[in-house]
Design a protein around this ligand. Structure first.
Ligand code: TXA
Ligand code: MG
Length: 326
């Protein structure tokens, strides 16, 4: 059965809640990307997410909650770092990693004793979450609503074209505002460790924590994201967010243009990824543009990397992963 396409109207959201409470999987809008959600209180439904995505069962999911109080119920230790970041950026594109409480089923966290918690900034999904909490659920476990390793969806149509036959419904909440996934911050120790650059710039995280004497560092796994030379040369980044076409990334427009001419001369089918100067527009359109280039059947997508500041760091990270050799 093809997925039901639901709107953000109250009766449709009520249907979505019913499906979720019955153990269904429903794609939901957030400000970052669409998530593939299951009621975290239903392990069988959460297991279905892994099956639908083709995702290894040891890869933990983000647990979405309606507010700070709901987040705290899922944490065994709520640190000062988590408190400051939650109060500064929720609802918003930030996930905090803390020690999990018994409320969180281990299926959600891939068997780990930590949980990544996030309050999304989207009214429709917040309404779903409030209704689920009222019924006693800890929240919605939801990874991005794409097949494992593929480009994340930023519209309901993207979800339908990827997973339409495998899920129960999609709530259409319009295009995603931010367009890249949340920033994930490990809040367990004295120092905040950024595990994934995302919708909240790392500079903003540092600024929020500094008055509380907490420093933020980028996880050593991400060093390549910032350092252009190392990142491009290393080829060590795990391939992810990858379209079918190969992705070539460039630091400078002149180098991109030279490569483009080479492809044109050799008759290689290529597309140049739109790269707006406004990094918010770049981020918002990134995944849709990658999908559109891919759909045009080209062999190569040429992409200009934005500078590694603000949202640019997350855009670089996704492009570098898309370009990693497969
Ligand atoms: O913006 C987002 O975060 C979107 C929307 C739907 O909220 N979700 C998302 O989920 O990007 P996903 O599953 O595609 O990426 C979640 C990332 C994974 O890289 C996962 O390894 C990491 O979060 N993660 C989640 N829980 C974790 C944990 N307990 N320990 C370490 N990493 C964790
Ligand atoms: Mg994902």
């Amino acid at each position: 059965m093809p997925a039901r396409l639901l709107t953000a109207s109250a009766p449709d959201l009520h249907q979505a809640v019913t499906l979720l409470r019955d153990g269904g999987v429903v794609a939901v809008p957030t400000e970052t990307v669409y998530g593939l959600a299951a009621d975290a209180a239903r392990p069988a439904a959460v297991r279905r997410i892994f099956a639908v995505k083709g995702r290894p069962a040891t890869h933990p999911l983000i647990l979405h909650v309606a507010d700070l109080a709901a987040a705290k119920r899922c944490a065994a230790q709520w640190t000062a770092c988590a408190e400051v970041l939650a109060r500064s950026f929720w609802p918003g594109p930030l996930a905090v990693l803390v020690q999990k409480s018994a409320v969180v089923d281990p299926i959600v966290t891939g068997g780990r004793d930590t949980v990544a918690l996030r309050v999304p900034r989207h009214e429709a999904t917040l309404a779903l979450l409030r209704q689920l909490h009222a019924a006693g659920s800890p929240g919605l476990a939801a990874p991005s609503a794409n097949r494992f390793g593929a480009v994340s969806p930023t519209t309901a149509q993207h979800v339908l074209s990827d997973l339409g036959d495998a899920i129960d419904a999609v709530v259409d909440g319009g295009g995603c505002d931010v367009g890249v996934e949340s920033t994930i911050v490990d809040c367990r120790s004295e120092t905040a460790v950024i595990l994934r650059p995302g919708g909240v710039p790392i500079e903003a995280i540092g600024d929020a924590l500094a008055p509380h004497g907490i420093t933020a560092v980028l996880s050593s796994d991400l060093a390549g994201t910032r350092d252009p030379n190392r990142a491009i040369a290393s080829g060590m980044l795990a391939s992810h967010y990858a379209p079918r076409a190969r992705v070539d990334v460039f630091e400078h427009a002149a180098a991109l243009e030279e490569a483009r001419r080479g492809y044109a001369e050799s008759g290689t089918r290529y597309a140049v990824l739109p790269a707006p100067d406004d990094v918010f527009a770049y981020s918002r359109g990134l995944f849709a543009s990658l999908r559109a280039c891919d759909a045009s059947g080209v062999a190569v997508i040429l992409a200009l990397l934005p500078p590694p500041t603000g949202l640019g760091l997350a855009v670089r990270d996704r492009l570098l992963k898309a370009s990693a050799a497969r």
